[in-house]
Design a binder for this molecule. Structure first.
Ligand code: HEC
Ligand code: HEC
Length: 374
């Protein structure tokens, strides 16, 4: 019964995503397009679904829903329980905490610049749009354990929500809950880090940060004595997340040997070549999102650098981009990683710190709108 309902809902949401068979039932009065919307051109092209334009009303509604514990079955947790603004919308835990205190399989993900995100969401890429993604944690019995029909009934009982839905979309429905949450998440734009200001010519990097930047961007080549950290090969430049096209934003970065590799993207595509592939996460605000990796196994950025430098585990699906990146030209069979010096590792870490966007982490527009009300 519950499962059937889930499938019906998922189908409806997919229909929104493609815009194909969705009929707008009640035209909203007159939502206001987000006025001062600007996005750094260096971030590249982005698209907003035609049937879910960025409007002030949808943003305000999505923001409220994001922070409202009413979205969970027990009225005791919201999206923000696991996505905390000052932690770049992660939760500081190795893996997220389930409703009964159990540790879930995956680490909470940073929510930033999703407008340019890959075409797939979650560590294993199983959601194909933010609209599709948004209802999954609500219904997940270990996360928010809420029945969608029950939630719609609850929200319809609130005058304020009825008004906010009417202004943004028309009616209170699970589709419109998903669309509002997706709008809020699309507006979580970070473009104010020291690195952004450097790109705009407004800030100067220290010598160490500059060395780190160069290493981050370079694929090592011992033949021409080019030293590199190779990070850019996957954590692509301005967004420092994976590439957006198809499955290019997923890879195996050498955390486990073959027998221990979790399915990752293979769980979604069924393709054994995708075993152990995970979404290349953004490195924006990475200094505030410890612990690291899909299961939070690494505590610090130093641990992360030690992994790429000397702890890479070779397996059949290890990314060739990592396997080819060795600053010491190790003989075949002895590859362990980048083999950078301690000061080069420290320089990359210093560069990673320039990706912290304080303005984003404390932007009042993204904070809890219910705080004043409660
Ligand atoms: C119990 C903690 C928890 C709650 C509550 C929660 N999330 Fe998450 N969120 C996670 C975890 C863990 C992941 C990674 C899950 C995975 O990969 O399977 C994640 C991933 C995501 C992603 C994917 C980001 C990306 O880059 O692919 C989005 C978007 C997201 N959550 C939004 C939300 C929204 C919206 C809500 C509220 C409706 C919410 N989350 C509630 C823990 C939570
Ligand atoms: C072959 C592609 C690839 C390369 C090259 C690469 N990474 Fe990654 N990186 C990934 C993937 C995939 C993950 C997620 C892996 C997982 O959790 O299973 C990741 C995760 C991370 C994380 C943890 C992020 C988080 O939110 O937990 C950090 C930090 C990181 N990489 C930094 C770097 C740095 C610094 C470099 C260069 C020295 C680098 N990466 C090179 C693919 C790559």
């Amino acid at each position: 019964m519950a499962r059937q309902r889930w499938i019906a809902t998922a189908a409806a949401v997919v229909a929104i995503g493609t815009g194909a068979s969705y009929v707008i039932r009640a035209l909203p009065p007159d939502p206001t397009p987000v006025a001062d919307f600007s996005a750094p051109f260096v971030f590249g092209r982005f698209s907003v679904p035609q049937d879910n334009p960025l409007t002030e009303e949808a943003f305000a509604l999505g923001r409220r829903l994001f922070y409202d514990p009413a979205l969970s079955g027990g009225n005791d947790r919201s999206c923000a329980t696991c996505h905390i603004q000052r932690l770049a919308f992660t939760d500081g835990l190795p893996t997220a905490a389930g409703l009964n205190g159990e540790s879930l399989e995956f680490s909470s993900m940073s929510l930033v610049n999703l407008l340019w995100g890959q075409e797939r969401f979650f560590w294993d890429g199983r959601a194909l749009s933010l609209e599709q993604q948004a209802l999954l944690p609500i219904e997940n019995p270990q996360e928010m354990a809420q029945d969608l029909e029950e939630l719609v009934r609850e929200l319809k009982g609130s005058r304020q929500y009825r008004r906010m839905f009417r202004q943004a979309y028309g009616e209170v429905s699970s589709e419109n809950i998903a669309r509002a949450l997706a709008t809020f998440m699309r507006m979580l734009i970070s473009a104010g880090s020291k690195y952004d200001r450097f790109l705009r010519g407004e800030a100067v990097l220290t010598e160490q940060e500059e060395l780190g930047r160069k290493l981050f961007m370079a694929h090592p080549d011992t033949k021409v004595s080019l030293r590199g950290g190779n990070c850019i090969d996957c954590h692509s430049q301005f967004l420092t997340s994976g590439f957006r096209d198809g499955l290019d934003g997923f890879s195996n970065n050498g955390l486990d040997k073959d027998v221990d590799l979790p399915a990752g993207l293979m769980a979604v595509t069924g393709n054994p070549a995708h075993k152990g592939f995970f979404k290349v996460p953004t490195l924006r605000n990475i200094a505030v999102t410890a612990p690291y990796m899909h299961d939070g196994r690494l505590q610090t950025l130093e641990d992360v650098m030690d992994h790429y430098n000397g702890g890479v585990v070779v397996s059949p699906t290890l990314s060739p981009l990592i396997l080819e990146a060795d600053n010491a030209a190790s003989p075949p069979g002895s590859f362990v990683g980048l083999r950078l010096t301690d000061s080069e590792k420290a320089a990359i870490i210093a560069f990673l710190h320039t990706l912290t966007d304080e303005a984003f982490l404390s932007d009042a527009r993204f904070s809890n709108p219910l705080e004043g009300e409660l």
